[in-house]
Design a protein around this ligand. Structure first.
Ligand code: ADP
Ligand code: MG
Length: 335
């Protein structure tokens, strides 16, 4: 009898030890040119860590497929280095994201353009140079002449060609979102139900945070305190494009890395745009597109997309919210 009771206690103790409490398992990696933090809300730390490892490897492989900066041999670089008329076969990922980008280019009336590589390179915001000067009108014109979706020709299947030697693809405004989506999908495949992948402020959420929603702060484009926050759960992404990420100031004017494809100049309608929608790919692309457009034009587009909401801080630092956003966003007291 007595022995039986001891056994029951031991069993109870060991089962208690197995019951890991629900908690945040966190890891940070340098990926996609930024710090990416993975948070998995789990009661199995070992499983969560293995899932994060797998997701981060997948995100790294997305980065390798799309990067046009380093000397990686990927299909984007093969296309960018090809001569006019040469037929290049893109990989399935790149072909798929290019087709999605071309659709958004049309929907955004050309504000988002995945064929701006030559123009982006001419401005060189990616190379951290001091004393940078704005690009001359001549150089802007030269770059615009070889940029834009009209320079691109679909041949068949995943084969593409271009009209000018210098024409280049650039997925800088969408690939980070795509990588986040792939990372979340990988976590789900590993059996994770509650997580957040945050790539330098651009993030996607899976599930919830226990009995609470995840709280997401939105950065103010000029001030240190947040602009406000969202309470969100389930499959949602929040992505911001701002003029404070990569910029230089020349003769008191700010020049930054989001370009207006029509003028070749940094877009000058907004300081930041935040998009909330399920897909991080779409949130990334649309935050860039809406950043280029004026609020009125962008707002009309957003109101026609039922599952996408946005908030703008325009060039006068005035906050604008789409109708759905008004129900989810809590501005900080200062605004
Ligand atoms: P971030 O890279 O800071 O997250 P974005 O998602 O807005 O910001 O992407 C900006 C990058 O996208 C630029 O560095 C450049 O590579 C590319 N880009 C710039 N202007 C445009 C545009 N109008 N359409 C598509 N891509 C753009
Ligand atoms: Mg973007």
């Amino acid at each position: 009898m007595c022995l039986g009771r001891v056994c029951a206690c031991v069993l109870l103790l060991s089962s208690c030890q197995w019951q890991e409490p629900w908690h945040d398992v966190q890891e940070t990696r340098f990926l996609l040119g930024t710090l990416v933090s993975f948070t998995v809300y789990s009661n199995d730390e070992e499983k969560a860590l293995a899932a994060i490892q797998q997701a981060s490897a997948i995100m790294q492989s997305v980065e390798q497929s799309f990067t046009s900066f380093t000397d990686v041999d990927n299909s984007v670089q093969r296309f960018n280095h090809a001569l006019a008329g040469e037929v290049i076969t893109l990989t399935a990922d790149v072909d798929g994201l290019l087709r999605q980008s071309l659709q958004i280019q049309q929907q955004s009336l050309g504000a988002f353009d995945p064929v701006l590589g030559a123009l982006n390179q001419a401005w060189a915001f990616s190379e951290a140079k001091n004393q940078q000067k704005p690009l001359s009108a001549d150089l802007i014109e030269q770059a615009l002449n070889v940029s834009g979706v009209l320079q691109l020709q679909a041949v068949s299947g995943m084969k593409w060609t271009k009209n000018k030697n210098q024409t280049q693809l650039d997925f800088g405004a969408i690939a980070k979102g795509f990588a986040i989506d792939q990372g979340i999908q990988s976590l789900q495949t590993s059996g994770i139900e509650h997580a957040i992948i945050n790539a330098g402020g651009d993030l996607r959420i899976l599930g919830n945070h226990g009995d609470k929603a995840w709280k997401v702060a939105v950065r103010h484009p000029r001030l240190k305190q947040p602009l406000g926050w969202f309470d969100i759960e389930d499959d949602s992404s929040v992505v911001t494009s701002g003029d404070y990420e990569r910029f230089f100031v020349y003769e008191s004017k700010r020049y930054h890395h989001i370009l207006n494809p029509k003028t070749g100049q940094p877009a000058d309608k907004n300081m930041s745009v935040t998009v909330l929608t399920a897909s991080a790919t779409l949130a990334d692309a649309w935050s860039t597109a809406l950043f280029v457009l004026d609020v009125e034009t962008g707002l009309k587009m957003v109101e026609n997309m039922p599952d996408l909401e946005a908030l703008w801080v325009d060039k006068h630092q005035v906050l604008h919210l789409s109708s759905g956003m008004k129900k989810m966003f809590f501005p900080s007291k200062a605004h």
